[in-house]
Write a protein that binds this ligand. Structure first.
Ligand SMILES: [Zn+2]
Length: 405
């Protein structure tokens, strides 16, 4: 709510916010490997922008929309082959580039983002059970949810939750007395949480990592921004010196921690640092930009607090909780000025008992489920505009009003 008021104020003050702009991604090439029963389509895209896809029947088609993406100059679509009877491309009124694959038969569609330094970002579409597709997608990072969609695009959008398994790759995080590494625990819980979110109608998850790789903290926030996340949840299981401390705690950013990052944002605003909701910082004077950024950051911290309280309350109902209040600290990973963010210390890996508990898949699931229920409760009460959750809440309110008339 606070953010909505803030955005209205800003839009009124500035005349209007513009959404599309120089920050578009470019589709450089489309590759097709196909047999009669399966196909793999690889899209070379200049940067990660997220995607939406769904299928249509009679004739069977797979439709992929790439938000804020343009076709590169001279881009040519591959010729029909095997399962793929044809391919076409067009620009949607909302600025998304739409790719339509006409198929000879109905098959399952999977999409996964991959990245490698040599080849950059790729969106890999797997139709049917294409050989070798799994290996391609697993090559590295930014996986997006694998989910085919049948509903039309202009119904309520999904709420996007960025799930950030802490540490990874060369950074193992804390190490328990039995040698259990934090990065392993956070990835397991993160995957379980992402899965629960993807199962929920009207919600989808974006994992900042889905394998044992190192991703810098700022890049984790960037992944959330590019996916237009409504919430960022970082998962940890850290070390403490006192052995008798156990239980979960939930952190959000402190205002003091926010101010140092604001300066950096302002310095970067020439490049791409525009706020969610179409508020551009790049064309403002530095004073106005700094005021806008601070307003946005404090609104975001207050939303983070609301969300974090829900998650902490939910954790408290199923696992031991260390502190009954949400904690505030200056974690770098929480410093998004426009995405409500929280960091969850699920438990302390340094405790020999907790170490064993954290290694247990059933306990990992209990934590993931509790986080999910908290996140869900938050969005039911505070659904972002334009989402399925917002539509449902509106219907609920209408019913209440009708009953009390
Ligand atoms: Zn950690």
């Amino acid at each position: 709510m606070i953010r909505k008021i803030f955005q209205i104020l800003v839009l009124v003050a500035l005349g209007a916010g513009s959404a599309a702009g120089a920050a578009d991604a470019r589709l450089g090439a489309v590759h097709l490997v196909a047999s009669e029963a399966a196909a793999r389509v690889t899209l070379d895209i200049s940067r990660f922008m997220g995607e939406r896809f769904f299928t249509l029947d009679r004739p069977f088609r797979a439709v992929i929309d790439l938000p804020q993406t343009r076709a590169g100059r001279g881009l040519r679509l591959p010729r029909a082959r095997g399962l793929v009877a044809g391919m076409r491309m067009g620009l949607r009124p909302n600025g998304a580039l739409r790719l339509v694959l006409v198929l000879h038969s109905a098959v399952r569609l999977h999409a996964a983002w991959a990245y490698s330094p040599a080849r950059g970002h790729e969106l890999v579409l797997t139709l049917g059970d294409a050989p070798g597709a799994g290996a391609t997608a697993a090559r590295y990072t930014i996986p997006t949810p694998i989910r085919a969609r049948h509903e039309p695009l202009n119904t309520g959008r999904d709420i996007v939750v960025a799930v950030d398994p802490g540490h990874g790759g060369v950074d193992p995080g804390a190490i328990g007395p039995d040698g259990l590494e934090e990065k392993t625990v956070t990835l397991a819980i993160g995957r379980l949480l992402a899965h629960r979110i993807d199962e929920q109608r009207g919600m989808r998850a974006v994992l900042t990592r889905d394998s044992d790789i190192f991703i810098p903290l700022r890049e984790r926030r960037e992944i959330a921004r590019r996916a237009k996340a409504d919430l960022f949840v970082s998962i940890h299981a850290d070390d403490v010196s006192q052995r008798d401390i156990a239980g979960a705690s939930v952190y959000i950013l402190s205002l003091r921690g926010a101010s140092s990052e604001a300066a950096r944002w302002l310095a970067e605003r020439e490049n791409s640092a525009d706020l969610k909701g179409g508020i551009k910082l790049s064309d403002k004077s530095s004073t106005l930009a700094s005021v806008l950024l601070n307003l946005s950051q404090s609104a975001t911290i207050s939303e983070s607090m609301t969300a974090a309280r829900q998650v902490l309350a939910s954790l408290d109902r199923s696992v031991p909780v260390r502190k009954p209040q949400v904690q505030q600290a200056a974690f770098v990973v929480l410093k998004s000025p426009d995405i409500p963010s929280m960091l969850i210390e699920t438990d302390y890996i340094s405790d020999p008992l907790e170490d064993r508990k954290l290694a247990n898949p059933a306990y990992q699931r209990r934590i993931a489920d509790a986080i999910f229920r908290g996140v869900c409760a938050y969005f039911r009460e505070h659904p972002p505009a334009g989402t399925l959750f917002a539509e449902e809440r509106q219907r609920e309110l209408d019913r209440l009003v009708a009953r009390n008339r």
